[in-house]
Design a protein around this ligand. Structure first.
Ligand code: UD1
Ligand code: CA
Length: 458
């Protein structure tokens, strides 16, 4: 099958410098949704028609093709003279021996199942149109039937009053026998209310040529909803998020409120996962069995081990959290953080590019960067790894069973030996030997006979 995705329209109502089809839905450009769905149908050719927005659209498509190693053709439509004219740009790339499926780059949520039904309805030699009955069909092309058979499509602006009363609309998505398509495109005229070459006019040509015209219906109306404005984009985002939430619920995930979760990527959950309100998941996030995520957490490309608890207001990015660990509230795990089993990371603790082994704790107000931390280590409140001298970064090593007193600074590169203790307030500039107390602060003293100054009376 050939797939042609129309994406040349300008999207004026988006009120944005970004081409319409590049606006994200669930963190992914609209056009990317359509390409991903199309690829699910294993097309032999995939061609994106672009126009408005300069090089941004072909650049995105080129990068995607490179990343995935599957070619995507692009063709420029300039100027944009209508949907029929848009498909004409793809003609040289279309393989005659298979049908051509036309999709829209601004209709992101059509399911592969519905497209599969459309393609099946078309078979090798029929024209199949994805249509829906809509309560408010205003602005859309109407499906005109005679004795139940489709005879043509009429656009709102060209329709008679009787035709405007028709509620079955053209989604724009069609599957067409390619040899016929090429011939019909050649015969299009722009003699209509908008002076455009309408793709929809091929339907009347098919009827004239005796090619059967059939229809298929999507499972839901939102599958054919297009995005023309930020309002419509926001509506489809909510719809999509609700679909994702429903799928999670069906797999047994507990969502405290399915209307208050945002998944912008892939969220993979084990059994008995509980997610509280207001969480955002980006990229690929894995939550193993029994994980709980408290309210208002953001997780980006992260893996959380079985039984771990993420308490409210945490930000976790490119990090791994070990089984049974407890994170937050208000913790930040930055890229390269790898926590072992039963690690506790408390409020206002930031960890970056560090490994922390099993049963270690940093419960309050600490910065651990570029560090290797052993097992059963206790990192006191206010501890900071001074990993950066303004030019280069250095590692801190804290071995098993070390105890770092509160408010210590570890000036890297530096090592705290196994079982070592640092006294509170230590500024460690040399290695601390294993098993010993190291302390770096002036001895405490008390001045006898000192009195507080008093205000002098004027
Ligand atoms: C088209 C259909 C209409 C259908 C409606 C569904 C025609 C003539 N009409 O309406 O029957 O109900 O879609 O939304 O086909 N595009 C291009 N190049 C162009 C014109 C459009 O690439 O020259 C792309 C747009 O970017 C968009 C899609 O085609 O993705 C549809 O264009 P749009 O203007 O939104 O649809 P209409 O022509 O109004
Ligand atoms: Ca439209």
């Amino acid at each position: 099958m050939n797939v042609v995705i129309l994406a040349a329209g300008m999207g004026k109502r988006m009120q944005s410098a970004l081409p319409k089809v590049l606006h994200p839905l669930a963190g992914k450009p609209l056009l990317r949704h359509v390409i991903d769905t199309a690829r699910g149908l294993s097309p032999s050719k995939l061609c994106v028609i672009y126009g408005h927005g300069g090089a941004a659209v072909p650049e995105m498509v080129g990068k995607l093709a490179e990343q995935t190693g599957a070619p995507i053709d692009t063709a420029k439509q300039e100027p944009q003279l209508g949907t029929g004219h848009a498909v004409m740009q793809a003609v040289p790339q279309l393989d005659d021996s298979v049908p051509t499926l036309v999709l829209y780059g601004d209709v992101p949520l059509t399911t592969a199942a519905s497209l599969g039904r459309l393609v099946e309805a078309a078979g090798k030699d029929k024209l199949a149109i994805l249509t829906v009955e809509q309560a408010n069909p205003f602005g859309l092309g109407r499906i005109v039937r005679e004795n139940g058979s489709i005879v043509r499509i009429v656009e709102e602006k060209d329709a008679s009053e009787a035709e405007r009363a028709i509620r079955e609309i053209n989604s724009g998505i069609m599957c067409i026998p390619t040899v016929h398509l090429k011939k019909w495109l050649n015969a299009l005229s722009n003699n209509n209310a908008q002076g455009e070459y309408y793709l929809t006019d091929i339907v009347a040509q098919a009827v004239a040529d005796g090619v059967p015209v059939v229809s298929a219906q999507p499972s839901a109306e939102w599958e054919v909803a297009g995005v023309n404005s930020k309002v419509q984009l926001a509506e489809l985002e909510r719809r999509h998020q609700l679909n994702i939430a429903t799928a999670l619920l069906e797999k047994g995930v507990t969502l405290m409120d399915p209307a208050r979760i945002d998944v912008r990527g892939e969220l993979v959950c084990g059994r008995d996962v509980v997610i509280d309100v207001g969480c955002v998941f980006e990229g690929r996030v894995e939550l193993a069995d029994g994980v709980t995520v408290g309210p208002h957490c953001v997780l980006v490309n992260a893996r959380v081990g079985a039984g771990a608890q993420i308490k409210p207001f945490c930000h976790i990015e490119e990090a791994v959290v070990g089984d049974k660990s407890q994170i937050g509230p208000y913790a930040r795990l930055r890229p390269g953080t790898e926590l072992g089993e039963d690690v506790h990371v408390g409020n206002f603790v930031e960890i970056k590019n560090s490994q922390v082994a099993a049963h270690s704790k940093a419960n309050h107000l600490a910065y651990v960067g570029d560090a290797t931390v052993g097992s059963r280590v206790n990192i006191g409140a206010g501890t900071i790894t001074c990993n950066y001298d303004g030019a280069n970064k250095f590692r801190t090593v804290i071995e098993d069973d070390a105890f770092i007193g509160s408010d210590s600074q570890l000036v890297a590169p530096v090592t705290v030996g196994k079982g070592a203790t640092l006294g509170a307030g230590t500024t460690l500039t040399k290695d601390a030997p294993a098993g010993k107390l190291t302390i770096s602060r002036p001895k405490q003293m008390t001045l006898e006979g000192w009195t507080r100054p008093v205000k002098t009376k004027k």
